[in-house]
Ligand binder design. Structure first.
Ligand SMILES: *Cc1c(COP(=O)(O)O)cnc(C)c1O
Length: 355
């Protein structure tokens, strides 16, 4: 795919750049933002002209629906710089379409492609110095939409704001991740909003995750809400299990978010002749595989961490540590995927899009 830039846009340049003040070697994920942001308001049933303006706080009415009813959605994407100083996106159309699916589920208006993708293109042209060369350096992209309409009546807002902010990031390293398998709490339910990237899905996870942290676990593996017998997602990532030489991941559903990393891992594994099965994995199966030694790996997949290996899990008070492996399929897939993203390997899938 080719990405067109948006010309119908107002640009207000920042008087000076903060870039020289940023320590790119020591970035904390999602803490530093670039000089500009994209803003586009939805008023009187129509999207207005987008503006790229200096990154800054802004005012909203205290009665705005985003504060009271959490009518808010977001996306997470990354830009990469190759050795020739060209900037690339990875499957941006997937994020664009998912954003509008999330919007529909939250009774919000869809954002036009020229605002989302064209606006992002223009913003990245302006901020390309913030994308640093070298594997592991990325510019994290956070498009989001909030309900700005005023009034506390519990009904969808009449006004919205779509924005894109950008944050330089280093390779995400979370240390050794041990997880707790959910026995009571749920991330999502059938008929709910689990398939949308709705802000409230994340805040609903904070409390159970805090309890898990207190017990020494970094994340929770979510199970299905009805029976807590099926393994669904790990934290805010899709989850894969390797039993013997096959990797398994659950099919997407109303409870399981359709991750871009997940689908890329599946396609890449298939190309590499790694056996992949998309089917539900039961907690009991995982425990049995851990006991008989056939469980080799567990890993999360998502844009921020790409692949996040999990070293052990706890279920019903019993802790199971995974074997230390010489050849990790998770890390092999991560290497192949990031090589495509950084243009260090041929992109036979046509996933990368040049800015
Ligand atoms: C964003 C997200 C993912 C990962 O999706 P990617 O497109 O791979 O970044 C997985 N699960 C949940 C719940 C998410 O919100």
């Amino acid at each position: 795919m080719e990405l067109k830039t948006l010309n119908e846009i107002e640009i207000i340049s920042a008087p000076h750049s903060k870039i020289s003040e940023v320590d790119f070697e020591n970035l904390t994920f999602g803490n530093v933002f670039t000089d500009h942001m994209l803003v586009c308001d939805y008023v009187d049933g129509a999207w207005q002209k987008p503006v790229i303006e200096p990154y800054a706080p802004f005012m909203i009415d205290p009665s705005a629906k985003v504060f009271h009813y959490g009518q808010a959605i977001f996306e997470g994407m990354k830009a990469y710089k190759d050795e020739q100083d060209d900037v690339w996106l990875f499957r941006p159309d997937e994020n664009y379409h998912r954003f509008n699916k999330s919007a529909t589920r939250m009774a919000m208006p869809e954002v036009p492609e020229d605002v989302f993708l064209g606006g992002l293109h223009r913003l990245l042209e302006i901020e390309k110095e913030w994308v640093k060369k070298g594997k592991g350096n990325t510019l994290y992209i956070r498009p989001f939409m909030i309900a700005t309409g005023h009034g506390v009546i519990a009904a969808p807002s009449q006004e919205y704001r779509f924005m894109i902010i950008l944050s330089p990031a280093r390779a995400y390293y979370s240390g050794e991740v041990r997880v707790l398998i959910a026995e009571h709490f749920s991330r999502a339910a059938n008929g709910g909003i689990g398939a949308a990237k709705a802000a409230g899905n994340y805040s609903a996870q904070f409390y159970p995750t805090k309890l898990a942290n207190e017990q020494g676990f970094q994340q929770i593996i979510w199970t299905d809400d009805a029976t807590h017998t099926k393994l669904e997602e790990a934290g805010t990532m899709n989850v894969f299990f390797r039993i013997n030489d096959t990797i398994y991941t659950a099919p997407t559903s109303e409870r399981i978010l359709d991750g871009v990393t997940r689908k890329s891992v599946i396609e890449l594994a298939q190309r590499e002749n790694i056996k992949v099965e998309v089917r539900s994995v039961l907690v009991d199966e995982l425990v049995a595989a851990a006991k008989d030694g056939s469980l080799k790996e567990i890993f999360g997949a998502g844009t921020a961490a790409v692949i996040n290996p999990i070293v052990g899990f706890s279920y019903l008070g019993e802790y199971y540590e995974l074997p230390k492996l010489e050849n990790s399929v998770a890390l092999e897939i991560k290497e192949k995927l990031t090589n495509i993203q950084y243009k260090l390997a041929e992109d036979t899938f046509g996933w990368t899009v040049k800015i």
